[in-house]
Design a protein. Structure first.
Length: 188
């Protein structure tokens, strides 16, 4: 990627490139090269990455065609939130993960209202419409349900995510936790 001239190496993060010196692109290896403990050992330079969550969200990625010969895999918003929850838990000093998650919650309805109406309409009746953050509560619960689907085969990570969410006792995060616990989450 660097040889194209469009990317430069990041000054202090080995797995990060900069596209046109402004957009951060992370190169995160996972999958078959993961060890049973979810670690990925890399050489040149030598370091170990712990990759929880990537295996769970990979089946849900979208292939976006860039050119006839090139496509990229893009994670769902819920997958991104899942990874940000893990990142925040692993590096508590990072506040950007929380602000990113809450920004996604704020705009989620604008992005996914059709899906909410078609697949999760029942949630719209679970909250009072006169609440100032009604849509964010609905969206948080939908996100929780979708994260539950991502974690359907990973009970240990599901419990970790529940604990991370419990540690931030806000109404939006409680709604996300409620979505994780919904019986309907396993049906969607």
């Amino acid at each position: 990627m660097i040889s194209t001239g469009n990317f430069t190496a990041h000054s202090h993060e080995t797995i990060k490139l900069l596209y046109h010196n402004s957009i951060e692109v992370y190169l995160l290896p996972f999958g078959d090269i993961e060890e049973p403990n979810r670690h990925v050992k890399l050489t040149n330079p030598s370091f170990v990455l712990n990759m929880p969550g990537f295996l769970e969200i990979y089946p849900f990625v979208d292939d976006i065609k860039i050119t006839d010969r090139m496509s990229i895999k893009v994670y769902t918003m819920e997958g991104i939130i899942l990874l940000k929850l893990i990142s925040k838990n692993d590096r508590p000093q990072r506040t950007k993960d929380i602000t990113d998650i809450e920004h996604i919650i704020r705009v989620y309805f604008d992005l996914y209202s059709g899906d909410i109406y078609e697949e999760h309409f029942d949630i719209m009746n679970m909250y009072e419409t006169n609440q100032s953050d009604y849509l964010q509560l609905v969206c948080s619960r939908v996100i929780g349900r979708k994260i539950s689907n991502l974690l359907s085969e990973s009970g240990e990570l599901r419990e970790r995510i529940k604990q991370i969410i419990k540690n931030r006792p806000t109404t939006w995060w409680q709604a996300m936790l409620d979505g994780l616990n919904d019986e309907a989450a396993s049906a969607n």
